[in-house]
Design a protein around this ligand. Structure first.
Ligand SMILES: [Zn+2]
Length: 231
């Protein structure tokens, strides 16, 4: 059951909030990739397309939820996170082009109407998110559903991983001490479990846990792909 933080509790946690109650962007990225890779290597037959789409989509979904975060709010972490996310997505696209996995092809094969509608939806939702208050619209099921729909129209191979990356972000944020309004705008009050205060140690422990989990899933996927008999 969620715990609302009242004003006094916020004041009590004031020091902690200022010191960095937000999850590190890297933690969100690694968790988003973990959720996406777990799906791509468990619920589906392991394929280069699934692994590459999971890397790009899981990263995009995890980072887009914090699109409203600005450098002055929480040091330079949002900027670092976006740089890392862009590097991962770029690496995934290069791998896709080299291996001809099909991620870019899934976008190129879309009809022009779908591509334009997806791009317009993504642009509109991201602009609205960018200028919304912290942890309101962007930290809701509605926002994650809208960006996933945008990707479904624009690049269908990635949409499910964007959804998983976005949901992993909401779950992680719910674990700390600032409410997440899952059902915004219907219910503007959020919930948080206050399970981890996301001080630097807890944050880094989670980040390393998800990073190691990602590497294990990736190593398993590469092993399966390189050892499977050609069709
Ligand atoms: Zn967040």
């Amino acid at each position: 059951m969620g715990i609302e933080i009242n004003y006094n509790r916020k004041k009590e946690l004031g020091f902690m909030l200022k010191k960095g109650s937000a999850m590190l962007s890297k933690t969100h990225i690694h968790a988003g990739i973990a959720a996406a890779l777990a799906f791509a290597t468990t619920y589906e037959a392991i394929s280069p397309l699934g692994v590459i789409s999971a890397l790009a989509g899981g990263t995009a979904g995890a980072v887009l939820v914090d699109i409203e975060c600005r450098a002055q709010n929480s040091s330079h972490d949002p900027a670092y996170g976006r740089l890392i996310a862009l590097s991962i997505v770029a690496a995934a696209i290069i791998a896709d082009l080299l291996l001809k996995a099909g991620l870019c092809l899934s976008a190129l094969n879309q009809s022009r109407v779908y591509t334009l509608s997806g791009a317009a939806l993504l642009l509109t939702v991201c602009v609205l998110g960018r200028f919304s208050a912290h942890r309101t619209f962007t930290h809701s099921v509605l926002y994650v559903a809208l960006i996933s729909t945008g990707f479904y129209l624009f690049c269908p191979a990635a949409w499910i991983y964007v959804l998983l990356g976005g949901v992993s972000h909401l779950i992680l944020d719910t674990m700390n001490n600032k409410p997440v309004p899952w059902l915004y705008p219907a219910f503007k009050k959020g919930v948080c479990l206050n399970l981890c205060a996301t001080d630097k140690i807890a944050n880094k422990a989670l980040m390393w846990f998800f990073l190691l989990f990602d590497l294990a899933l990736l190593a398993r996927a590469v092993w399966v792909l390189t050892h499977s008999a050609p069709v």
